[in-house]
Ligand binder design. Structure first.
Ligand code: SAH
Length: 343
């Protein structure tokens, strides 16, 4: 698919297809404007006929808008698979949370994305498609980019789809492409330690975010199967090396689950684990998923937890929850749609 290709690769493709060179720029512009092939007006039908099997045919299937302005998009791909992405408006611009896989195979107990397992990986161009389509939907184009920040925190485990995800980062941050600064891109992982080392080699300026959610391996194993493969100590060691190499502050996500990971002992252990690492902890009250039995701590408890972390020397804030009225947590909406269409 053409959105998998960089500008240079598109130029090569155009040459290979026997088309004049200037068509390369037009095709690239059309793709980056998020237009479907039918909507492109400056390409003759004969060229469209040549392009049609390679031109992306993903589309926005549905948009849900929350009272707080957050928008959730359902994107449909050519094989009818759907994913979600979420647009959040902040003072500085728009952040888009993208999905990296259709479903997920990590099996975290609190997460809706993994309930149906992994359907398939998304290609780099399919992940990019989410950005291009939403950018267009809010009035942007290739030259007038409206989306300023990207978080790889939608459905899927980005480091379980390493090659496509890193290619996506290359494409979306390319100056000829959307030119989104790598400093404005966050990649969130449940902690695939071997892949974190591989990511380090890329020397990106992106922010690495770790979904930690527990302070002992025993507890982590109860809620995150990946903990059977990598210990918390191994994750934190990789983070320390990641910081040494990139000088990028590490972020930790800590979803508070009632009576599971929200004790004073957890605060103390977490502070000890992260001591001396340039990091920040985002405390997130659990977004309750109806298929799951785990209960969230209250917002007040989240503030208390963050305050205690701070008094133990760790930078921490409570994450704002957005879009709760539109099934905000990743994967929730896709599950609702799958259920309603399979009934
Ligand atoms: N697989 C990656 C990225 C996708 S999940 C990862 O694990 O980081 C993005 C974030 O949402 C993770 O921190 C994940 O733990 C969190 N999350 C998933 N379900 C949640 C829920 N129901 N409530 C709160 N946070 C949730």
């Amino acid at each position: 698919m053409l959105s998998d290709l960089s500008f240079e690769e598109i130029k090569f493709y155009v040459k290979h297809m026997g088309l004049p060179e200037f068509r390369g720029e037009q095709i690239f512009d059309a793709i980056y404007s998020g237009k479907s092939l039918q909507e492109v007006s400056n390409l003759p039908k004969a060229i469209k006929d040549i392009l049609c099997k390679d031109y992306p045919n993903y589309a926005i299937e549905k948009v849900y808008e929350s009272k707080d302005g957050t928008k959730k998009y359902i994107i449909k791909y050519s094989d009818r698979n759907i994913v979600e992405c979420v647009l959040m408006k902040y003072k500085y611009g728009y952040t888009l949370c993208v999905s990296t896989q259709v479903g997920c195979r990590m099996g975290c107990k609190f997460c809706a994305s993994t309930l149906h397992g992994l359907a398939r990986n998304l290609s780099a161009g399919e992940i990019l498609g989410q950005v291009l389509l939403v950018n267009r939907d809010i009035g942007g184009s290739r030259k007038n980019r409206m989306i300023t920040n990207i978080v790889l925190m939608g459905s899927g485990e980005p480091l379980d789809n390493f090659d496509n995800v890193t290619k996506f980062i290359d494409l979306v941050s390319a100056s000829k492409g959307l030119n989104i600064s790598q400093r404005n891109i966050s990649l969130s992982t449940c902690g695939l330690v071997n892949q974190i080392y591989k990511l380090m080699e890329k020397n990106y300026n992106i922010t690495l975010t770790i979904s930690l959610h527990a302070t002992t391996d025993e507890k982590r194993k109860e809620i995150m199967p990946i903990a059977n493969k990598f210990t918390i100590d191994e994750i934190v060691k990789a983070c320390r090396e990641y910081y040494q190499k990139t000088k990028r502050r590490i972020y930790f996500e800590y979803t508070l689950i009632k009576s599971v990971n929200d004790s004073l002992d957890d605060v103390k252990r977490l502070a000890k684990l992260l001591k001396g690492l340039n990091c920040h902890v985002n405390v997130i009250p659990l977004n309750v998923v109806k298929e799951r039995t785990l209960k969230g701590s209250s917002r007040l408890e989240a503030y208390k937890f963050a305050d205690m972390l701070k008094s133990n020397g760790i930078s921490a804030t409570v994450r704002r929850t957005m879009g709760e009225d539109i099934a905000g947590a990743c994967g929730q909406l896709r599950n609702q749609i799958i259920e309603s269409t399979t009934k």
